[in-house]
Design a protein around this ligand. Structure first.
Ligand code: ATP
Ligand code: MG
Length: 555
């Protein structure tokens, strides 16, 4: 299929570049890649990059590779490889053919390094890391050439061979590119291409003890795979020079249709961190229950919290792609999930802070079965059965002893409210326990008000939800708040200082009978409470609150 243009809705500067490249004939198709390092779980920032890379390729009838950037064996693990694959699939994307690994190109990287040495463009350097830093100079001061910079090509070939053969200790020497120690771009002052690591790699085991640096491996991986547009985040802007230098100096890759790198700004989300290192600290210090804790901005955390793939893709589209670094308002993410679930989530009733209510004029022992729509705007979703009897639970917050003002629409003494999907009731009295808290509310009901207004024209404005007591199912509700109190927690070295002590509150309440065997992960709107889904990791009936019905943060 020929490449096609994308809709105006998702236009961004990268698409302009692609359109130009296709129209000038520089490329005839679009090939992108998503290159995670398997050293942690994916987060919402990665989701932005995934939507951009996979989404762009798909829009142009091209393809996107999933390539693990596995060049640093000390931090990587197969657990992360598997979780990343799962998360990309869950977001609704599939990669081209098999998953790729940078490590499967180690031979080509090695040959390329040898080619640079032979062209007198790389050398083995025995300066210590400290000395390399000193020799590099500063932004204001040019660097100084390493004393090893002028070793002969032959010597370098022998030394690099010895590095590969494990004849030097870790840290004893590195292979560096010979570029320009006076470059105004610090990254071009003879960057390191290879270092020694005696570690078992999750893919190549003990085959190698030299590992390429990201800047060297990345451009080569792109070129080997025929990537056309290599999209990465802004912090690699300067490194684009190494990317180009490397490809331009290698015969096999210096071609007019070689890949080019384009940078966009990372997603930084308010009240969250998108640093994998910091997310790992949260897990390692038990500040959260794991990478998939529903308060984490990881894809697995968002999934467990009840976010849908469609809502995350919608969020990525809404925030757009630019070159300006900023902090994205978390309410944008929340409105994406709210908009999705408002359309798709069936309605149900749950009482999170229960208090007993007795309807004194309702016959004892009688249980009525009523029908309630699963979605108020979508009849096709059908109905569910709910129950009604003399004793029900309502939420404590829906009754008040003292009416605060005449706008108050919920229950109080001598006031009428409608119970959602059933009758109008009127409160007459209440009991208090020994601590002075209201324990039971007594009401009467109007039997002529099922599904209709009172016949004498009385106006009943308020509606509250309830569950019938004998059929109610006990449930736990996990109510989440921001994990951090500060909108930009990444600014703290010790992020524990910014943690919100009330980020998780657990409540014991009831849900209606129809949720007795509710499917794990399935989203519901608990009427008047918000969107919830049954937790994947807990025993029993435990619901995670995904998001409230309204944006209460910007009020
Ligand atoms: P590390 O510090 O471990 O390198 P990283 O966040 O860059 O962390 P990678 O696994 O290297 O993680 O990221 C894979 C891809 O996702 C990269 O192309 C990277 O640019 C992109 N990416 C990572 N974080 C974000 C973010 N916050 N917003 C957008 N894209 C991101
Ligand atoms: Mg990275």
């Amino acid at each position: 299929m020929p490449p096609k243009k994308t809709s105006e809705k998702s236009r961004n500067f990268i698409l302009n570049v692609i359109d130009e490249d296709l129209s000038t004939g520089k490329h005839s198709s679009v090939i992108t890649r998503f290159p995670p390092e398997p050293n942690g779980y994916l987060h919402i920032g990665h989701a932005k990059s995934i939507c951009l890379n996979f989404g762009t390729a798909k829009n142009y009838n091209g393809y996107c590779n999933l390539r693990f950037d596995d060049t640093n064996p000390s931090k990587e693990d197969i657990e992360f490889v598997n979780s990343i694959k799962k998360d990309v699939n869950w977001l609704g994307f599939s990669w081209n053919n098999e998953v790729k690994f940078s490590s499967s190109y180690f031979d080509i990287f090695y040959q390329s390094a040898v080619e640079l040495i032979k062209k007198n463009l790389a050398y083995v350097c025995f300066l210590s890391p400290e000395e390399i830093r000193k020799y590099r100079g500063t932004l204001k001061k040019p660097g100084k050439n390493s004393p090893f910079r002028d070793s002969t090509i032959n010597d370098n070939i022998v030394l690099f061979d010895k590095m590969k053969a494990g004849e030097f200790k870790e840290g004893e020497c590195v292979l560096r590119a010979k570029i320009d120690m006076a470059s105004s771009f610090m990254c071009m002052r003879d960057p390191t291409l290879y270092r020694i690591r005696f570690e078992t790699h999750h893919q190549t085991k003990d085959d190698w003890c030299i590992y390429p640096m990201y800047d060297f491996a990345h451009c080569l991986g792109d070129a080997i795979e025929g990537v056309t547009h290599s999209i990465c985040t802004l912090e690699f802007q300067d490194n684009r020079r190494i990317y180009n230098w490397t490809l331009e100096n290698l015969d096999a890759f210096n071609k007019p249709d070689r890949p080019h790198q384009y940078e966009f700004s990372r997603l930084n989300l308010e009240y969250a961190t998108t640093s994998k290192r910091k997310l790992k600290l949260l897990v390692d210090n038990d500040y959260v229950s794991g990478w998939n804790d529903p308060r984490m901005p990881t894809i697995s955390g968002l999934k467990r919290r009840g976010y849908t793939p469609a809502s995350i893709r919608d969020f990525s589209e809404r925030i757009g792609v630019s070159k300006v670094n900023s902090l994205t308002d978390i309410s944008i993410l929340e409105s994406s999930i709210r908009d999705d679930l408002n359309l798709t989530a069936p309605r149900a009733m749950a009482v999170i802070n229960p208090i007993k209510l007795v309807i004194e004029n309702y016959p004892e022992g009688k249980i009525e079965s009523l029908s309630a729509p699963l979605h108020p705007q979508n009849e096709e979703m059908g109905a569910r059965k709910i129950f009604f009897s003399r004793e029900i639970y309502i939420d404590k917050d829906d009754f008040t002893e003292v009416v605060p003002n005449n706008k108050y629409k919920r229950l109080s003494i001598d006031k009428e409210v409608r119970l959602r999907n059933s009758y109008v009731i009127k409160a007459s009295r209440f009991n208090k326990d020994e601590n002075g808290n209201i324990s039971t509310i007594y009401c009467t009901y109007d039997p002529d008000t099922l599904g209709k207004n009172p016949i004498d024209g009385r106006k009943v404005k308020g509606v509250i939800h309830y569950v019938e007591s004998t059929k109610a199912i006990s449930a736990k509700f996990k109510i989440y708040d921001r994990l951090f109190l500060d909108s930009n927690p990444s600014q703290f070295d010790d992020m524990s200082l910014a943690l919100n002590p009330n980020s998780l509150i657990i409540k014991n309440g009831y849900v209606e009978y129809s949720l007795k065997n509710v499917e794990i992960g399935k989203a519901y709107q608990f009427e008047r409470e918000g969107y919830f889904c049954r937790d994947t990791e807990s025993e029993g009936l435990v619901f995670n609150k995904t998001v409230g019905l309204r944006d209460t943060w910007s009020q």
